[in-house]
Design a protein around this ligand. Structure first.
Ligand SMILES: CC(=O)N[C@H]1[C@@H](OP(=O)(O)OP(=O)(O)OC[C@H]2O[C@@H](n3ccc(=O)[nH]c3=O)[C@H](O)[C@@H]2O)O[C@H](CO)[C@@H](O)[C@@H]1O
Ligand SMILES: C=C(OP(=O)(O)O)C(=O)O
Length: 436
């Protein structure tokens, strides 16, 4: 288990370039399995989860070449389906959440797809029913081995169908879309998720020859085609990283420029941070955040009642940024209710913030009320363990704002989703050391 030692209480300054989007990368990488032709992908983040998926694709027989920093070519012309039945796959598949999305493409192109219960953050129940109900709707036979949590679907040729998803699952929608593009006939997916990750996936599939309409809405219509070809694709900047850097700037009262954020794909993110009182200026495609020397004040609703920040499927506010919102609020002027509707174990890290001196009431597993200190009392440095990727970064931000030396263990959780985070933070003045 590696560790970060952080000396907090220093202002940072400069600019930071967001990495390519982790959750988009996991979808896009799985889509290379849909064609025997070459797919070239740029802006792939160098993070643990993505590297695990690339290694899994390699074991599946995909020919992979690194052609530059963050750029790779993939050619899935000789896929080794036997790997799916190996004990090694049962271990590799468990290593990340994104591995679930190999099932749709393999099922569509080779007639079968298997996966052990995938990994990812332990942030509450994370069922896969939406994925498999989608495949069943397309005519696949489903089996599940309860003993080793192994899922399987098989079909000779998938048949297009109408389906209303029971929830707008992000990876579920991506998986079903990747199966439906090669199905016979037309598929309609209603209550589809439509995060920028999915919009990017659909646009890429259309460039490969798929016929998907309704991209960006919650109703996708997919006319199946017989085969797909190669393409070039560039990942968007990671909107969760962008939100994390906004939080970092506010909490450390730093002047920061976040480069090339692709403003049009940020949805509500800038406005939610503005409601927390943070000044966010648009400068071309960059976000400029001035040093908040006088702190920042949380807005109330028009009738004077306390602001609530809650998650919702896109275009709602992403649940992956609520931990960051929560930590920012600990130093704001005013109060906010953070409501994490999707995951039931994602707010427990507030105990650590409370230990550091934050004023938070955990109302229940889904809701926390934060009363900000307005920088009148700084957080106290401490030793902590990163429970999940976003809580980990939130604790890191708390440590950078706290006076004194903090230690964060289990930083593999952070490395899962943030590329060379210590190096990049040092470049803007943070005092952070990695100890292996
Ligand atoms: C690899 C990847 O892309 N991971 C993301 C993906 O996970 P993932 O695709 O696993 O998450 P899902 O969209 O399936 O759903 C996540 C959770 O939210 C609940 N749920 C979902 C939809 C809904 O309308 N209502 C609802 O309550 C589900 O029951 C589940 O517990 O989407 C999540 C939700 O944005 C993000 O936190 C994850 O970072
Ligand atoms: C929950 C997340 O990731 P995963 O779905 O990979 O666990 C996340 O990115 O915040």
């Amino acid at each position: 288990m590696a560790t970060f030692i952080i000396e907090g209480g220093h202002q940072l300054k400069g600019s930071i370039q967001p990495q390519g989007a982790k959750n988009e990368a996991l979808q896009i990488l799985c889509a290379v399995l849909l064609t025997p032709e070459t797919v070239t992908i740029h802006n792939i983040p160098d993070i643990i989860d993505v590297n695990k998926l690339i290694s899994l694709l390699e074991k599946l027989g995909v020919k992979i070449h690194k052609i530059g920093s963050g750029s790779y070519t993939f050619k899935a012309d000789e896929v080794n389906m036997k790997y799916l039945e190996s004990p090694e796959f049962k271990e590799d598949g468990k290593g990340l959440r994104g591995s679930i999305m190999i099932v749709g493409p393999l099922l569509a192109r080779f007639g079968k797809g298997y996966i052990p219960k995938p990994g990812g953050d332990k942030i509450g129940r994370r069922r896969l029913d939406t994925h498999f109900e989608g495949f069943i709707n397309l005519g696949a036979k489903f089996r599940y081995n309860r003993e080793d949590h192994f899922y399987g679907v098989e079909a000779d040729r998938l048949k297009g169908a109408y389906m209303l998803l029971d929830e707008a699952s992000v990876t579920g929608t991506a998986n079903i879309v990747m199966a439906a593009v090669l199905a016979e006939g037309t598929t309609t997916i209603y209550n589809a998720a439509c995060e920028p990750y999915l919009q990017q996936l659909c646009k890429m599939l259309n460039r490969m020859g798929a016929k998907i309409s309704g991209v960006g809405s919650n109703m996708l219509r997919i006319e199946g085609v017989d085969s797909l070809g190669g393409t070039d694709h560039k990942m968007l900047p990671d909107m969760i990283e962008i939100g994390s850097w906004i939080g970092l700037a506010a909490m450390t009262k730093s002047e920061l420029t976040i480069k090339n954020v692709s403003w049009d794909d940020l949805g509500q993110i800038p406005d939610v941070f503005r409601k927390l009182g943070i000044t966010i200026e648009r400068k071309g495609e960059d976000i400029y955040i001035p040093a908040h020397k006088e702190g920042y004040e949380i807005q109330s609703y028009i009738d004077g009642s306390i602001l609530t920040v809650a998650d919702a499927p896109w275009p709602g506010f992403t649940p992956d940024l609520l931990s960051i919102v929560l930590v920012i609020a600990t130093q704001a002027r005013g109060a906010v209710l953070v409501h994490q509707k999707m995951f039931e174990s994602r707010l427990f890290f507030v105990d650590k913030l409370i230990d550091m001196g934050a004023k938070i009431i955990l109302c229940d597993p889904h809701r926390a009320t934060v009363i900000g200190h307005d920088f009148k009392s700084s957080l106290k440095a401490t030793t902590m363990t990163s429970p999940d990727i976003r809580a980990g970064v939130s604790l890191l931000i708390a440590a950078l704002s706290a006076k004194g030396s903090s230690t964060i263990h289990n930083i593999e959780q952070i490395d899962r989703g943030y590329e060379r985070i210590d190096e990049r933070l040092r470049a803007i003045g943070a005092k952070i050391t990695r100890v292996n």
